[in-house]
Design a protein around this ligand. Structure first.
Ligand SMILES: [Zn+2]
Length: 240
């Protein structure tokens, strides 16, 4: 249950930016399908009982590395990404792609899914080429009963996160903290202040040595700002 007593998903962190959401209905949404080739993902979580929907924040390998294989194997009823990435996934044989773009919303398994801005790039590695993949995004997901969460994808800090708070009022945010390719932990704490979230789960940390931001730094960043946000650090394989 959430602070508003709305039923909420069980979130399982598969490492890096990959999050499995088990909805109260029993249906499963996978955000950023990088599993088998994700060095942080525990082996016992490479397989799924069911996979009903996939959301892709952007097309870098560490976010869609297993999208084609997983979608062919489990045939989710909907695969959401930006227009260009959907086109590429479709060209690789992925079915049920449902393209969208920043600012828009669509219904996914009874949830309202809104693609929001992320400050990041989105090239698609295909062989030795990098193809244009549209713009990177994040997702706000509102369950039918009202619980709302935000997966920021990979992003820098941007002040329009205030608008995400004003419009969507997410209760929980998945925020990148690893630095180098995304926000660092101190900026991620500021993101939580802008978002007004009560709970935050750090992502995009620890997978590679180059990602130096740590959950401890993120926690102290939130403390330093004096915000009422509980940092929930999940190790890969743990659930909240
Ligand atoms: Zn990434």
């Amino acid at each position: 249950m959430s602070v508003n007593n709305h039923p909420r998903p069980t979130f399982t962190y598969l490492g890096h930016a990959t999050v499995r959401c088990d909805l109260p209905s029993g249906e499963v949404i996978l955000i950023d399908p990088w599993v088998k080739n994700n060095p942080a993902c525990p082996e016992e979580l490479h397989a799924f009982d069911r996979l009903d929907a996939v959301l892709v924040t952007h097309a870098h390998f560490d976010h869609i590395g297993d999208a084609v294989d997983l979608c062919k194997r489990y045939q989710p009823s909907v695969v959401v990404a930006n227009f260009e990435t959907c086109h590429w996934l479709g060209s690789k044989g992925v079915e049920n792609c449902s393209p969208m773009n920043t600012g828009g919303s669509q219904e996914v398994l009874g949830c309202r899914v809104t693609m929001v801005r992320a400050d990041h790039s989105c090239g698609i590695s295909d062989g030795d080429q990098i193809l244009y993949g549209g713009a990177a995004g994040g997702y706000v997901v509102r369950l039918a009963e009202g619980y709302t969460f935000y997966h920021a994808g990979d992003t820098a800090l941007f002040t329009d996160m205030q608008l995400i708070a004003e419009i969507h009022r997410p209760e929980l945010a998945f925020v990148p903290i690893g630095d180098l390719f995304t926000m660092d932990p101190q900026q991620a704490a500021r993101a939580c202040r802008l978002l007004g979230v009560r709970e935050a789960i750090p992502i995009h940390w620890g997978t590679f040595p180059a990602l130096t931001g740590t959950p401890a730094q993120f926690e102290s960043g939130c403390e330093d700002l004096g915000i009422n946000c509980t940092v929930i650090t999940l190790q890969p394989g743990e659930s909240h």
